[in-house]
Design a protein around this ligand. Sequence first.
Ligand SMILES: [Zn+2]
Length: 92
Amino acid sequence: MSHAWVGGSTRQWRRIRRAVLDRDQWICQLCGKPINPQLHNPHPQSAQVHHAEGKAYGDDPAQLQAAHRLCNQQAGDPTRAPDPAPRPMTRW
Ligand SMILES: [Zn+2]
């Protein structure tokens, strides 16, 4: 038996997403405001699930949090950040 990633990933993801939104009570964890379940993609205030540690960490619900689409976009994915992390540097 091989992994059932391809066929089941979308359905699985919907379940995870729903569970995360319910757990966070449809409150955006990035701005602290409620998310309207009536709104859908691509509405900027629609519900999305934010990867707190970046997508590289996978779909572990512990790493996921409810967020507005817009807030999620602004936060971005830390593992894909285009600009390098600020380097703490001591000037001599
Ligand atoms: Zn928000």
